[in-house]
Write a protein that binds this ligand. Sequence first.
Ligand code: ZN
Length: 291
Amino acid sequence: MLVNPIKWPNGARCAAAITFDMDSDSILYSDHPERASTMVGTASWLRYDQVAVPRILRLYQKHNIKQTFFVPGWTAENYPEVVREIVSEGHEVALHGYLHEKPNTLSREIEGYWFNKSVDAIARVTHQQPLGFRAPSYRFSKHTLGHLLDAGVLYDSSLMSDDVPYLLVDRDSERSLIELPTDWSRDDWPQYTNNSELGYRMPIKSPKAAMDVFMAEFDAAWIHGALWIAVWHPFVSGRLARLMAVDEMIQYMKAKGDVWFAPLCEIARYVQQQVDQGGYTPRRDPLPFHG
Ligand code: ZN
């Protein structure tokens, strides 16, 4: 089904990355600035991240895998110990806005202001230069690519136009960066989130039902040689029953064999290397889409 497959390293059938977006209560302060301080119950739901992230790190340790966490700058500044634990365990911390602001609701200048502030915050807390970006709520704007290119970001993982890595190309400058695409079918939000105060009214699925959706995507990626990226949230998928299902999922994936688990920065570096060596010619997707 793939017309332009990529050869994964060491004979792997597919690449798999579990990415967690550690939003915590940043989304309250961006979406409800006046009411945020009074939304204690909802904040407590989001602040479960502090319990869930260390638990996820222990799970990764058990399976000896390294993965990626997208963290808003504000969240890194307010929960630096948790973020430093992610780094000390050898995982990647990547960009996810400053206050989880939605880029496509902002002017080019305002978006750039918050973007640069997020780069500074992540670099300061992690002592590392972030290499990747995911737009909060997937709200990539028509200016986002320019900001990423100006900052020397290696890859984006917000967009959804392919099953394998491709290139986002800026029409004006011809500069490009690597897109590591995902899809709503691999996001835990539609499966699990129900919060009346924030207006999320999804009927909560059992971990088994949610895993059926995620695993159908994984099995297809394994058969066809695609890239499988899960977009999950610690306060959502890090709950006990759901993370038990993730544990079983990783065991299933490992038993299946020939799966390359890697943080997204490593996958992006591999793709870049393949492009440079002529081993892979990714599809080019120009932005803006219509001239
Ligand atoms: Zn987010």
